[in-house]
Design a protein around this ligand. Structure first.
Ligand code: AMP
Ligand code: GLY
Length: 420
């Protein structure tokens, strides 16, 4: 038996801990730093690589890294140097996400479908470029900005203001030393997530996130307000195209460049005129996508993580998935993604039925009470025999959970229904 250390504190990490603790091969699952819902929390932050490494060594842990920040900081390289087993990409491989410019140039030189773009560090040159175009743009900070460094622009004026915000006012600090100005695409956005061992990549169940804060995709982008799996937007033909033209090609090209990619590879994809384009790479599971995806897994995730680390995914049996749908409705603090209040007591956990799991993200436990402690607070995730019934089950539970400033979207999954 082995212990597992899950690094992170979001709904994604709660879902991973929950799933891994079901493995007969796993003894204790620790989560660092965890949240009010995870068990065996270890008070070590995700950027304390030495602290995490010491803990993993002392407790004989196989480590699973949830978020991008420690991956970009080189946690996998550090653990490998210390002869510790760790699931996730190396620092070099994590550049696909940690530098959007690196990711874009990688796609360009390897002929992976993405939008047209240019890179700037000079605001005037960026503005002149925008003015010369006859299409709308998206302005992106190069580095990690907690999902906020992307500004989708409706006009040249909005683009100028985005350029000022990132390059001149430095709202995202050094992450905004360089920007990408890229073509804005209209279409349908989906999340395509695969698990790789550096040689092959096996797809996870399909899913779709809901990134905007308000119903009908209005308002600013967030980390994700809800997700469902599977999505019928990705039929077999489209899945094959994405797998071959994007995922397999990425893994092969990384290998050719001497950078083996192990871990979850998540392509944020826009389907435009029936063709998939990569908007961004992430080098980790999506959150909230991870929650409905893990609820549907009918296999031992721990075995696949070990196979990824050992480069042996090709010898694993095919993954099997529950034929049910799963829907995750994120319950957030009113005001998110801007300012919001914390420390409100949450009630209603006991009234949730069997087909539903409440994954925690921004919560903490204090004197036996669960308090809100972040923007995205809970992921209410339900199974159902159809997408429609999973939606009903998730919302039935979501309504039973309460705290004073609870906010959630009322239309999670509806986009999926229109494609059935
Ligand atoms: P990213 O962090 O790069 O995925 O961007 C965040 C969000 O911005 C995406 O999920 C999309 O909704 C939107 N976005 C990014 N790039 C584009 C693009 N080229 N065209 C349209 N929307 C985009
Ligand atoms: N749900 C989007 C992300 O994890 O980046």
């Amino acid at each position: 038996m082995v212990n597992v250390l899950v690094v992170g504190s979001g709904g994604r990490e709660h879902a991973l801990s929950w799933k891994l603790s079901q493995s007969p091969k796993v003894d204790t699952v620790f989560t660092a730093p965890g949240n009010g819902g995870t068990e065996n929390n270890v008070p070590i932050n995700v950027d304390d690589l030495d602290g995490l490494s010491d803990f993993a060594k002392k407790n004989n842990c196989f480590t699973v890294v949830g978020p991008e920040v420690p991956l970009a900081a080189g946690i996998v390289d550090k653990f490998n140097q210390n002869n510790l087993k760790v699931f996730g990409p190396s620092q070099k491989a994590a550049q696909l996400e940690s530098s959007k410019i690196w990711g874009k140039n990688f796609m360009k030189r390897n002929d992976i479908p993405t939008t047209r773009f240019e890179i700037f560090d000079d605001a005037q040159k960026a503005q002149d470029y925008v003015q010369s175009l006859d299409y709308k743009v998206v302005v992106k900070a190069d580095g990690l900005a907690a999902g906020k460094g992307v500004i989708v622009c409706n006009s040249n004026e909005e683009a100028f203001s985005a350029i000022q915000t990132i390059l001149v006012k430095k709202t995202f600090g050094d992450a905004g030393n360089h920007i990408i100005v890229e073509e804005r695409l209209d279409g349908i956005e989906i999340s395509y997530i695969a698990l790789s061992d550096g040689k092959i990549a096996i797809p996870m169940a399909t899913s779709q996130d809901h990134k905007r804060i308000f119903d009908n995709d209005k308002g600013p982008n967030t980390g994700g307000m809800g997700a469902y799996s599977p999505t019928s937007i990705i039929d077999d033909a489209l899945a094959k195209k994405i797998q071959e033209k994007i995922i397999d090609k990425t893994i092969q090209a990384m290998k050719n460049e001497g950078i083996s990619f192990k871990g979850f590879l998540y392509a944020g994809i826009m389907i435009s005129n029936n063709e998939p384009y990569v908007l961004e790479y992430n080098v980790r599971m999506g959150d909230p996508e991870c929650q409905p995806i893990t609820m549907r897994m009918d296999f031992d995730l721990y075995d696949y993580f070990v196979a990824s680390v050992d480069g042996k995914l090709s010898s694993m049996p095919p993954t099997s998935w529950k034929h049910q749908s799963a829907v995750c409705v994120v319950l957030a603090s009113e005001g998110y993604p801007e300012s919001y209040v914390k420390n409100e007591e949450i009630s209603g956990f006991d009234s949730v039925s069997n087909n539903t799991h409440i994954f925690h993200s921004g919560t903490k436990k204090l004197d036996g009470k669960i308090l809100s402690n972040g923007g995205r607070v809970l992921g209410v995730t339900a199974l159902g025999d159809s997408l429609e019934s999973a939606i009903t089950n998730a919302y039935t539970a979501a309504e039973k959970i309460s705290w004073p400033h609870k906010y959630y979207r009322k239309d999670i999954g509806q986009k999926g229904l229109t494609y059935l």
